[in-house]
Design a protein around this ligand. Structure first.
Ligand code: NAP
Length: 240
């Protein structure tokens, strides 16, 4: 049976690259987005051109009710959800002495609580299916820390604990849970950074492309059948 991959924040950046990678592997794809409908529709067109079923769903992962409703709809539309990529995420960078409560809460609510909101109902579906693969998008910031990102690195470090605990909970149900920790990847999120300067500090001497992450996510979901509870760094060697 054709597998379905659900990718939160799959309308652009890393999530879009993941959606395309799964489509190329013959999976049907459900993508979600927060507000940028034009990008989502553009991505759906590209996915459909690959000959698979693709649909986009607009909801805020930080909103529990909206999320639950959307996931129920996705389950009805696709009948099965075999792969979940928890990719939606934001940054609201600031030094701690200047960080507002709002900046803290937005990032924790989206990047950490949002993953809980999405994963809980999906786990129920996967447990009934007795199979599934979940990949959480953490970050080197969650592994190494990063000045100006206490909110972001707290959420991403939280995802590492979440991944390991959930992997232990779900292993007996044949559901694998892993995380990918990207370094600097060229997307809208990093477009204001000085790429050339950053590349000097990366052993592979370049920033990553969304496809570098997508290939790893696809590997963990479809090929890594004996891999669970792992946090895989995809960072050009930055954490060496
Ligand atoms: P991006 O280009 O900014 O795309 C973010 C995606 O998430 C968009 O589809 C966006 O939808 C969606 N989104 C944002 N907030 C949401 C919310 N509250 N509810 C639902 N969807 C929401 O980001 P990216 O650079 O591809 O990053 C993807 C993931 O990788 C994030 O978790 C990020 O933390 C992680 N990551 C990125 C890097 C990097 O260097 N880029 C490094 C390490 C980790 P709209 O288009 O509608 O806004």
């Amino acid at each position: 049976m054709t597998k379905t991959a659900l990718i939160t924040g799959g309308s652009r950046g890393i999530g879009k690259a993941c959606a395309i990678e799964f489509a190329k592997a013959g999976c049907n794809v459900a993508i979600t987005y927060a507000g940028n409908e034009a990008k989502a529709l553009e991505t759906i067109k590209e996915l459909e051109d690959l000959g698979i079923k693709a649909k986009a769903y607009k909801f805020d992962v930080a909103n529990k009710e909206e999320t639950l409703k959307a996931i129920e709809q996705i389950h009805v539309d696709f009948e099965t959800i075999d792969i979940l990529v928890n990719n939606a995420g934001i940054t609201r960078d600031n030094l701690i002495i200047r960080m507002s409560d709002d900046e803290w809460e937005q990032v924790i609510n989206t990047n950490l609580t949002g993953v809980f909101n999405v994963t809980k109902p999906i786990c129920k579906i996967m447990m009934k299916q007795r199979q599934g693969a979940i990949i959480n998008m953490t970050s080197i910031a969650g592994v190494m820390g990063n000045a100006g990102q206490t909110n972001y690195s707290s959420a991403k470090a939280g995802l590492i604990g979440f991944t390991k605990s959930l992997a232990k909970e779900l292993a007996s149900r044949n559901i694998r849970v892993n995380a990918v920790a990207p370094g600097f990847i060229q997307t809208d999120m990093t477009k204001n950074l000085d790429g050339e300067k950053i590349a000097e500090h990366i052993p592979l001497k370049r920033l990553g492309e969304p496809e570098d992450i997508a290939k790893t996510v696809k590997f963990l979901a479809l090929d890594g059948t004996y891999i669970t509870a792992q946090i895989l760094g995809v960072d050009g060697g930055l954490t060496l």
